[in-house]
Write a protein that binds this ligand. Sequence first.
Ligand code: CP3
Length: 352
Amino acid sequence: MSGVHEGRVTKPLLEVLAGKRQAIPPVWLMRQAGRYLPEYRRVREQAGSFLELCFTPRLAAEVTLQPVRRFAFDAAILFSDILVVPYALGQAVSFETGEGPKLDPIIDAQGIAHLRDRIDDNVISPVYETIARVRNVLPAGVTLLGFCGAPWTVATYMIAGRGSEDQRAARLFAYRDPVGFAQLMEILITASADYLVRQFAAGVEAVQIFDTWAGILPSEEFLRWCAEPVERIVVEVRRAVPQAKIIGFPRGAASSLVRYVDQVSVNAVGLDWTIDRSFAREQIQSRRPVQGNLDPLALVAGGSALDRAVDAVLAAFAHQPFIFNLGHGILPATPIAHVDQMLARVRGGAAS
Ligand code: CP3
């Protein structure tokens, strides 16, 4: 999905991030490389552990490219995980099959003191090699995206030692020891900004900051632990890479999205599937390009429910700068034929 403009190939996703609406919105899917793809499952088996897959550039580059080959998405997203940052800060991290991530939980200030103050280059450098490999073979018109987790979301895993529904461990830590928690956030802000700058140096063209657990905090805490840290990363990255294009995804932020856009100078805002679309169009898309927000379960369901859901997303957002995506990551149960159906609908029937 590329156009030729003054002799050079334009990239629709980068055009949208520059504020230019595309007649057919660029499309990619969060977690587009993953278990719903048989070719991913094959490589995943070959790699041994999930972290080994993340840190083996030949294999990580291969799985990064798989969904682009199959679906001609407008973006390739680096195959890695948000938890490679705590790993490179010295925390023990592993992924047990079917159980999600396991970390050696940080339970007090001492746990924070044991972290490195910078990410270990020896650990993380394979990620940059993956980026360089993908960039070398990327089809024209496809944008290479890097990413990191937002400090709040990464901290929830570092403190609980695993995924949880209410993030009570991190919320309690922040109430009981705000000074210690702020120290952890400082480490994560510095590490994440460095990491993104290095990703740009290696060849990514834009990045997304995933704040999966932004929606769980009271509004004052949302500003302090979600919006402000992310803005500091954005400012820090642009000090090194002035034109850096950055997408923010504060999942579940709901009405706090307005203050997110007030405070965070990201180029586009990712919307989850629960947001009221007219609110998002009027209050958010009037100020910044948006990305989203198909319900991942509509993609699992398929059929006419999927067609209706795709149409509703397009009707709300396709008239202004917009990137079509899910409202959260694609689920392993998603049939591949439904992804094809969705793409045909987006690319064939968009308003122009
Ligand atoms: O989008 C992509 O295709 C790029 C790769 C990517 C992965 N994780 C690969 C992955 C990206 C961008 C992420 C981000 C990520 N990781 C987030 C933020 C986005 C979100 O989904 O909320 C979070 C919270 C994580 C942490 C994480 N990694 C969890 C909670 C889990 C277990 C849950 C699950 O889906 O299994 C992972 C594992 C993980 N990361 C897998 C993949 C493909 C599945 C593990 C496997 O293949 O064995």
